[in-house]
Structure formats: structure tokens, C-alpha cells
Ligand binder design. Structure first.
Ligand code: DX5
Ligand code: ZN
Length: 228
């Protein structure tokens, strides 16, 4: 990241590997965070689910705060919640570094993105697999990251949806044409094989839960995704 005229510019050529804490062993959360960092994680991906926006409940700001207090790692916080505007301040206060909200959620998207940046954080916008890229384009100057979900969000361990590759390519093309600056992140079913396909399409931030935390050798798994 570099700051130009007060605006954060993403280095979207840099590969970033973000293990998802959802696949960690929750009874040893502190050790699991340390294990990810030791294994070479660039960011830690935190999946927040409210039981409304998705059919699952994970964890909230208290867990984000504990992770923040126990580690220096960059916290990439993915809010799969219906009212990100209502809960936003709590995640800012908890120490998130980047907050991603869904375009499909029930809020004024432009206003929420502005609030995230005004708080000094990086702002991300997420699209479910079925959501067209056109829904995100109006916000391309307001984001540091575009998350193209590669599974229907809610659960770890699902199969990668290769249809999304086309949307990633379209996003990268529109970004280049418009001179926008944001990372393209993928999340769901990512391992070294699918990461290579996503990178070829234009993604640079790879979220991976099962394939990293549940690997025999987490460092090797992170390295394989980085080098894919
Ligand atoms: C899906 C979550 C993902 C999930 C990825 O709802 O947003 O971050 O943890 O898990 P894997 O890598 O196991 O598909
Ligand atoms: Zn996620």
C-alpha cells in the first residue's frame, strides 16, 4: 500500500495470502492465529456471519478484538451481515484494518464505504457469485478491495465455482480502463490449483480456510498458494 494525495492505492500486482480463521481450531484461537502468521500469512481473513445474511453464525467484534490484541497481523474483516452500517463502528473499534461489506446487504453502500475510509481503514466491497459486476462498478473509486465470492457464502469447505472467473476478468478489465486502484480478492474453495486460475483472471488476494488451516503443513500450503 502507498498513499498518494491521502488516498490509499492498492498494489494489486502483489500476491497476498489470507488464511480464514473460520477453519481454525476455535478452542485454541490464539495459537491458531500465531500458527497462521508463522506459516507466512500476509493477512488474516475474519468471516463474520449473523445468521440472517447467511445461514450460519460465526463470531463478532469481541473475537476480532482479541485477535487484534494478540497479534500484529493485518485483519481483513469480511462482514456477511444484513446491516453492516449498524454494526460498523463496533468492528472499527475492535481493530479491523480492512472491512468488506456486501453490495447485496441492506444499507447505503456508498455511505458505508465512505465511513470505513473516513475512519482510516481500507474499504472492501463483496459480491456473491450470482451478483453481476455491474452492481459494484459505481463504487470502484470508493474501494481498496473487491471481493468476488467463489462460493455461496456461509460455510467453509465448499467447492470453488469456476463461473466466477469471468467476473474476475471483467472486474480487472474495467479497473484498468477506468484507472481504478483496488485489490481483487477471491474467497471460497481456494487452494493452489484454484488460486492459479484466479490469479490468471486478475485476482491477487487469496482467502483460504480449509486448504491452509487444515493442511498437514500450513507453511507449505501458504507457499503453494503464493507461488501458484
Ligand atoms: C465462506 C467464507 C470463507 C470461507 C472459506 O462463507 O467467507 O472465507 O471461510 O473457506 P474455504 O477456504 O474452506 O472454502
Ligand atoms: Zn470470507
Amino acid at each position: 500500500m502507498v498513499r498518494i494525495g491521502g488516498v490509499t492505492k492498492a498494489n494489486f500486482h502483489q500476491r497476498i495470502v489470507a488464511p480464514s480463521l473460520l477453519a481454525a481450531e476455535f478452542s485454541r484461537i490464539g495459537e491458531e492465529v500465531a500458527r497462521a502468521v508463522t506459516a507466512g500469512a500476509d493477512w488474516l481473513h475474519l468471516d463474520v456471519m449473523d445468521g440472517h445474511f447467511v445461514d450460519n453464525i460465526s463470531f463478532g467484534p469481541a473475537v476480532v478484538q482479541v485477535v487484534n490484541q494478540n497479534s500484529e497481523v493485518f485483519l481483513d474483516t469480511h462482514l456477511m451481515i444484513s446491516r453492516p452500517d449498524h454494526y460498523l463502528q463496533r468492528f472499527i473499534d475492535a481493530g479491523a484494518d480492512l472491512i468488506t461489506v456486501h453490495v447485496e446487504a441492506d444499507h447505503d453502500v456508498a455511505k458505508t464505504l465512505r465511513r470505513i475510509r473516513d475512519a482510516g481503514l481500507q474499504a472492501g466491497l463483496a459480491l456473491n457469485p450470482a451478483t453481476l459486476i455491474e452492481k459494484a462498478v459505481p463504487f470502484f473509486d470508493q474501494i481498496d478491495l473487491l471481493l468476488c465470492m467463489t462460493v455461496v457464502p456461509g460455510f467453509g469447505g465448499q467447492a470453488f465455482m469456476s463461473d466466477v472467473l469471468e467476473k474476475i476478468s471483467a472486474a480487472a478489465a474495467i479497473r484498468a480502463q477506468g484507472g481504478h486502484h483496488f485489490h481483487i480478492e477471491v474467497d471460497g474453495g481456494i487452494d493452489a490449483t484454484t488460486a492459479a486460475a484466479c490469479a490468471a483472471a486478475g485476482a491477487n488476494v487469496m482467502v483460504a480456510g480449509s486448504s491452509t488451516f487444515r493442511a498437514m503443513d500450513m507453511a507449505a500450503a501458504v507457499r503453494a498458494i503464493r507461488e501458484a
